[in-house]
Design a protein around this ligand. Structure first.
Ligand SMILES: Cc1cc2nc3c(=O)[nH]c(=O)nc-3n(C[C@H](O)[C@H](O)[C@H](O)COP(=O)(O)OP(=O)(O)OC[C@H]3O[C@@H](n4cnc5c(N)ncnc54)[C@H](O)[C@@H]3O)c2cc1C
Length: 367
């Protein structure tokens, strides 16, 4: 008997986690412009300590045991035909293939700055980008980070800690940063930034240049009236994301170009299509990448194929998680209620990384 085919469009964080959960039971095909999982998480660690970051956030697909039973195509999705239930892929080797599906999962994520770009890349090109941005920051004597979200705050903190001899400044428009977290989180993180020596500049709204998907070196003017700021490296982490949906039929998209999806992750009004991750407009924070929703998606796809009812998730109203990333002394996590939990290194290594992430999430990683 042929097994139902599940095509996972986009093998980033949520696509991989979903594929791993379905590959034993179904014929899973994953499609990705990268030959590896390149996480969008922990920008600050990636830029300052790329080898340390890669241990948790950069894995070749061949290293992920959970993908052994899946077929992975290295190429760019160029279209989907909902009537014939196929997606088209421009493969890295130059050929074009049409891949049929019984269930389609859209998980192509968003583009954001220089660290999340959807284009086709080889393993060498991925590595060169990571190394190049690290070197550029390492050479700079002064770093200006523009933005008030977790990526900006985490980058400023990590840069100041790794390179105490550099001048590191953080600029954001509001009175406080981390506006999507509980207000207690900024109060705590602010103290940690100050202790690390980061210059904190609220009330600065930058005039954004046309090109911010690179580290810039030009002076930064402010629409809020302050004098322009000069730094050797200016990092734009202003949360300007755009959905990677140019291949998705327009009828599946909302007015901002994200994929319409219910809290059960199903795309309404169309058969057999689900969406997850940053591309899925499930709730105002588009939080289905963050709340273990990949487990729900795998469960709902099984229910959908086997005739059971779908379940939904409850999106949190606030962001939660780590801001500064895993450090030599462990991991600090903020809850949605603003509580700060410190997990020392030994339990992080033995429990969180080895058991929960490596074995539980990915079903084993070949090192
Ligand atoms: C376990 C877990 C913990 C997390 N913890 C936190 C946290 O503490 N704090 C926090 O802020 N966030 C956290 N996040 C969220 C995370 O930062 C991002 O939201 C997440 O990486 C988004 O995943 P994604 O699959 O939607 O997108 P991505 O990981 O960006 O994947 C999209 C993939 O699709 C590919 N693609 C795009 N277009 C095409 C195309 N046309 N053809 C083929 N491939 C294409 C891209 O190259 C990419 O590989 C967490 C996420 C997970 C899964």
């Amino acid at each position: 008997m042929t097994r139902p085919r599940v095509v996972i469009a986009g093998l980033g964080e949520t696509g991989v986690l979903t594929a791993v959960r379905l590959a034993k039971r179904y014929d899973v095909v994953g499609i990705s412009t990268k030959p590896a999982l390149v996480s969008g998480q922990e920008l600050g660690l990636r830029l300052t300590r790329p080898d340390w970051w890669a241990r948790d956030y950069h894995h070749s697909f061949a290293a992920l045991r959970g993908l052994d039973r899946a077929r992975v195509l290295h190429g760019t999705l160029t279209g989907a035909d909902l009537a014939s239930k196929t997606v088209s892929v421009a493969m890295a080797d130059g050929t074009i293939v049409d891949e049929p599906y019984d269930v389609l999962v859209i998980s192509t994520g968003v583009s954001n700055g220089f660290w999340r770009r959807p284009g086709l890349e080889s393993a060498e090109e991925v590595a060169a980008t990571i190394d190049g941005t690290h070197r550029q920051l390492a050479r700079a004597r002064s770093i200006a980070v523009i933005g008030g979200g977790a990526a900006a705050v985490g980058t400023a903190w990590n840069a100041a800690r790794v390179w105490p001899d550099k001048r590191v400044d953080l600029f954001f428009p509001g009175e406080g940063a981390l506006p999507e977290h509980h207000r207690r989180v900024w109060a705590r993180v602010r103290g940690e930034l100050e202790a690390a020596g980061v210059g904190i500049h609220p009330g600065h709204r930058a005039v954004v240049p046309a090109e911010i998907d690179r580290i810039t070196t030009e002076p930064v003017p402010w629409s809020t009236g302050q004098d322009p700021v000069h730094a050797d490296a200016v990092l734009w982490a202003i949360g300007r994301t755009s959905p990677n949906t140019d291949w998705v039929p327009a009828e599946l998209l909302d007015e901002h170009g994200y994929v319409r999806a219910g809290l059960d992750l199903k795309v309404p009004g169309v058969d057999d299509v689900f969406a997850i991750g940053d591309v899925a407009a499930t709730d105002p924070l588009r939080s289905s990448a963050r709340n273990f929703t990949f487990k729900l998606l795998a469960r709902n796809i099984r229910a959908h194929l086997e005739g059971g009812p779908l379940k939904t998730f409850t999106p949190p109203r606030r962001r939660w998680g780590s801001v500064t990333g895993y450090q030599d002394d462990g991991l600090v996590v903020f809850t949605a209620r603003g509580q700060r939990l410190r997990i020392p290194r030994l339990p992080v290594d033995r429990m969180v990384r080895a058991r929960v992430v490596d074995r539980g999430y990915y079903r084993g990683i070949r090192r």
